[in-house]
Design a binder for this molecule. Structure first.
Ligand SMILES: *[C@@H]1O[C@H](CO)[C@@H](O)[C@H](O)[C@H]1NC(C)=O
Ligand SMILES: *[C@@H]1O[C@H](CO)[C@@H](O)[C@H](O)[C@H]1NC(C)=O
Ligand SMILES: *[C@@H]1O[C@H](CO)[C@@H](O)[C@H](O)[C@H]1NC(C)=O
Ligand SMILES: *[C@@H]1O[C@H](CO)[C@@H](O)[C@H](O)[C@H]1NC(C)=O
Ligand SMILES: *[C@@H]1O[C@H](CO)[C@@H](O)[C@H](O)[C@H]1NC(C)=O
Ligand SMILES: *[C@@H]1O[C@H](CO)[C@@H](O)[C@H](O)[C@H]1NC(C)=O
Length: 496
């Protein structure tokens, strides 16, 4: 298994002879030229993923029509059903190839040991016919839909209880065509909570890379009750005023690595969650061991990385590094409330470059929303151990920080070191702090009194950042090859 950084990506390399040739033509300049040509039947190509598949089928073999108007719901469902015969242990796994074209579809499910591969010019288009979107039960850890009490629309691409799922492609696109949903949501015309673009539930080993997600009805990528998740090289785009179009929301998940992603959205670029009030407390599944690195975010109304507001299963060990925000409301935002219970602990962020921020730091202990009136007023969340180091912000236009803990349960162990915030104009009050405690070194403008105590002891000026390696950081990719079925096979399978 080759380490990720060292492996070149192949684009639709046409291989005429043997597999051996793949390695001879690796660097061929023709690769670039061929990049946008549709892969023809019989063609062989390569991509990177943690696991390869023995069986490949093209959507075209199942009657798919990529004209942007014909429904491909039956084709997607039949193709996955066909490939699910290889999803058992030792079945070899299956890959569904989505060719160049615009493939309109209603929601469909994935299966185990499965790869959804998008050609660079493939667009999966979400159906705008809402009656084609099944309504499913709310998540146990939320007790209800987030937009409305009761059920919720399923996500465009879903999976439950799966093992080893890959969604990749040469930057092919999944387009949620969310405008219909946003306007219906805003005018109160929806009965149920909006669906997401991708939701994988109770699953193990998820790899999502090199795809572009556009205009989701709501959140974009939602792994929930899952573990061992790598999301890499994903571009997520939605209008900055679109409602709840969060980028990536790990929710009651462990071992998550998000890297090299670019998100422009109307809500948090990454939002780390773990269930809502009494429902989340009862489910009790934390989100832990999360890496967010080399993320670039544009989110004028929300955060680069948010924690909460639903965090009732607990959130701990989040490592954020080498991230950038442009025209964004705040950098790392912690949102919680009495009634949430649980904790937010061991949150580390370093090397953040921020340009054009409403504020840099923001913690909120009285975030208002509750699922219902049944929440436990004695369930007070604990926020403890939050480090920020090497932060450079320019164009900060509202205030440096707003840090509001919970009265009687202050947010503790906040550490800030080497933080420079350049305000667009001087303000009388640049820090607003209440119910927070911590230390700081080298922070400009000078922090509020509650954070002014200096770090003491050896190594004085540094805030902690873990030095151990998480298991999810050891996941590597390999070169996988596939060949598309010959045209004759395609015809045969379609007429069967
Ligand atoms: C994703 O695309 C980039 C740029 O083309 C490439 O360097 C990288 O290897 C690809 N990663 C995967 C997992 O396909
Ligand atoms: C997807 O799978 C779920 C069970 O995980 C099932 O309830 C649902 O009907 C399936 N949806 C589709 C569109 O097949
Ligand atoms: C929407 O989907 C429903 C259910 O599949 C179908 O009966 C109806 O004809 C569709 N409407 C349009 C406008 O396609
Ligand atoms: C997934 O697994 C859980 C626990 O084993 C089970 O309760 C649930 O019914 C399964 N869901 C599906 C859709 O298979
Ligand atoms: C992928 O496509 C998106 C949308 O067109 C584009 O913004 C992004 O730069 C592309 N990424 C790569 C690696 O080509
Ligand atoms: C302080 O942080 C900046 C980046 O924001 C970095 O370039 C610089 O090296 C850091 N200074 C020290 C002493 O680590």
């Amino acid at each position: 298994m080759a380490p990720l950084q060292a492996s070149p990506l192949l684009h639709d390399q046409q291989i005429l002879c043997s597999l051996f040739v793949v390695f001879l033509v690796l660097g061929a300049p023709a690769a670039a030229a061929r990049r946008h040509a549709p892969a023809a039947a019989g063609e062989q190509s390569a991509y990177l993923a943690p696991a390869c598949r023995e069986h490949t089928a093209s959507l075209a073999e199942f009657g798919g029509v990529g004209d942007g108007t014909t429904s491909n719901t039956a084709a997607f469902r039949a193709a996955v059903e066909h490939l699910s015969q290889y999803s058992g242990d030792g079945g070899g796994g299956g890959m569904l190839y989505v060719p160049a074209g615009r493939w309109l579809t209603a929601p469909f499910n994935l299966t185990s040991h499965f790869t959804l591969f998008l050609h660079s010019d493939a667009v999966i288009l979400a159906s705008q016919n809402i009656s084609e979107w099944p309504v499913i039960a709310p998540l146990p850890s939320y007790g209800r839909g987030r937009d409305h009490a009761g059920g919720r629309y399923t996500s465009l691409i879903s999976g439950s209880n799966l093992t080893d799922v890959v969604i990749t492609g040469n930057n092919g696109t999944i387009d949620g065509q969310g405008a219909t949903w946003w306007s219906k949501y805003k005018s109160g015309k929806l009965k149920y909570t909006r669906g997401y673009l991708i939701e994988l539930m109770s699953s193990d080993t998820i790899f999502i890379s090199n795809v572009t997600l556009l205009n989701s009805p709501a959140w974009n990528i939602h792994p929930v009750y899952s573990k061992n998740i790598v999301i890499q090289g994903v571009t997520i785009l939605a209008p900055t005023r679109s409602p709840n179009t969060d980028g990536i929301n790990p929710d009651s998940c462990s071992q998550v690595r998000i890297e090299d992603c670019y998100v422009v959205s109307g809500d948090d670029c990454v939002a780390i969650k773990s269930g809502w009030d009494e429902y989340g407390i009862a489910a009790g599944i934390p989100t832990e061991h999360v890496i967010v690195r080399r993320l670039t975010c544009v989110s004028p109304t929300s955060a680069l990385v948010a924690i909460g507001s639903e965090m009732s299963g607990g959130v701990r060990d989040v490592r954020i590094e080498d991230v950038a925000a442009v025209d964004t409301e705040s950098a790392v935002r912690i949102k919680t409330a009495v009634g949430r219970g649980a904790y937010v602990k061991d949150i580390y962020a370093r090397r953040m470059t921020l340009t054009g921020m409403k504020r840099v730091f923001w913690m909120t202990g009285d975030y208002k929303s509750h699922p219902d009136d049944g929440y436990d007023k004695t369930a007070v969340p604990v926020v403890e151990g939050v480090s920020f180091q090497d932060v450079a912000a320019t164009g900060v236009w509202k205030e440096a920080a707003r840090m509001e803990g919970i009265s009687g349960a202050p947010f503790k162990g906040i550490c800030m070191a080497n933080v420079t915030m350049e305000m667009t104009k001087p303000r009388k009050v640049m820090w607003n702090c209440a119910d927070v405690e911590g230390v700081s070194t080298g922070v400009t403008p000078a922090p509020c009194g509650q954070l002014q105590q200096k770090q003491d002891g050896a190594g004085g000026s540094d805030c902690p950042f873990p030095t151990d390696k998480l298991a999810v950081d050891e996941v590597t990719v390999q070169q996988c090859t596939y060949s598309l079925p010959k045209a004759a096979t395609v015809a045969a399978r379609t007429t069967n």
